[in-house]
Design a protein around this ligand. Sequence first.
Ligand code: ADP
Ligand code: 3PG
Ligand code: MG
Length: 408
Amino acid sequence: MSFAKLTIRDVPVHDKVVLVRADYNVPLMGGKISDDLRIRASVPTLQYLREQSCKVVVMSHLGRPDGDTKLEFSLAPVAERLSELLGVEVRFVDACYGDKVTQAVKAAKSGDVLLLENVRFHAEEEANDSTFAGKIAKSSLARYFVQDGFGVVHRAHASTEAITHFLPSVAGLLLEREVTTISHAMEDPERPLYAVMGGAKVSDKIKVIEAFVHVADKILIGGAMANTFLAYKGYDIGKSKAETDQQETLDAIYEAARAKVGEAGVDDFIMLPVDVAVAGEISPEASRRNAKVDAIGVDDIAADIGDLTIERFSHELAHAKTVVWNGTMGLAELPEFAHGSARVAMTLATTPGMTSIVGGGDTADFALKWDGNGGRSFTHVSTGGGASLDLMAGNKLPGVEALLEAKK
Ligand code: ADP
Ligand code: 3PG
Ligand code: MG
C-alpha cells in the first residue's frame, strides 16, 4: 500500500527553513531520559533535512503540564540527547514562538537544528488554537511544516492540526514508516494474523479488541485485560486487577466472535489464560505460584499468565505469520512476573518469517530491553501508543489527515 500523503521527499525543501513536529514525550526519571526510542526514531528525518541544507526547527510536547510552564517538563534534556545522536549541537530555545525563536532561526546556518520549548506550556496547544499555531509558524520563519511525531497524531492539537492551515504540510520519514508498516499489517497482512493484547489500560484498549475480532485470525489475551475477560466469564479472580464495567463491550466482542467463528470456536478464537501466576502481594520480593483459572484464591493477585498458558500461547503464536502485540502479559517490570511477556517476545523474535509489530509504551519498552539490540529482533517496534492502536482500529488520525495528499 502506498502512503497517501506527501512526504519530505516529494517537496523542494532544499535550503529552506522547515518546522518539524516530533513526539519527544519521553519517560524521565530524576530529570534523566530513561528511554530515548522516540528521540532516536526522529533522527532519519532530521538527517535528511540537514543533508538538504535546511534550517531545522523542531517542536514537541513532553508530559501533561496543563498549559503551565513547569520546568520538570522542559525539553532541554532532549536537546542534549539529540545533540549526541546527531553529532552536532542542537540549540535549545526556551520558547516556542516569539522573538527569541525568530532571532535563533536567523542566527542559524544551513544544516543547523533548533529545538523549541514544550508546546504544552501553553493551554492553546491542546485547544488546537489557531492564533497560537499562527504565531509558531510565523516566528519560525518556516516554509514547510513536517509532521513526524507519529505518537501524537491521534491528537488534534495546535502543533498537529491548526499548524497545517499556515504552512504546506507534509509527512516525515518516521510518520511514513509507522503508518505504512502498521496499515499494511492491518490491511493486507500475511496470514494467519494473531493479535496479542494485554496490559492494564483496559477501557482504553478493549474497543480495539472489538476491531480485531474482524481483522485477526486469533486473539490471545493476557495481563489485566485477561483478568477482565475471566471475571466477565464468571471466574473468581480474587484481588486481581480488572475493570468490571466493560460488560457492554465484552458482550459486543463475544457476539462478533460468535458471528465470525461460531459458538464452538469462540474460546479457541479469543484465547484466554488457562492458568495465571499469582502472588499474595505485588513487590519485587514476591514469588509466583501457578493457579488454574478456576482455582484463584480470594486473596490471590494474578500478576502474569501461568506456565501452562505460556506454553500454550507460544505454541499457538508459532503458527502465525503476522503478530500484533500491545500490552504486557503481566507486571513485566518485575522479573518474576515477566515470564509470559518474555516468552511472547522470544516467540516473535525467533519464529522464522514472522512479521511482528510491537506497540504501546510499556510493551515497546519491555521488548526493547528484552532485545537489547535496538529492537531489531522484531519487524517493527512502534513509537506510538494510543496512535498505533487508533490506526489499527481503523480510526482516522487528525494529524495525518491534515497533511497534503500525495498525487495519485
Ligand atoms: P502499554 O503501555 O504497552 O500500552 P499498558 O499501559 O496498557 O500497556 O499496560 C502495561 C502495564 O500493565 C504495566 O505497567 C504492567 O505492570 C501492567 N499489567 C500487566 N498485567 C497486569 C496484571 N495482571 N495486573 C496488574 N497490572 C498489570
Ligand atoms: C503518547 O505518549 O502517547 C503521546 O506522546 C501523546 O501523549 P498524550 O497522551 O499526553 O496526548
Ligand atoms: Mg502503559
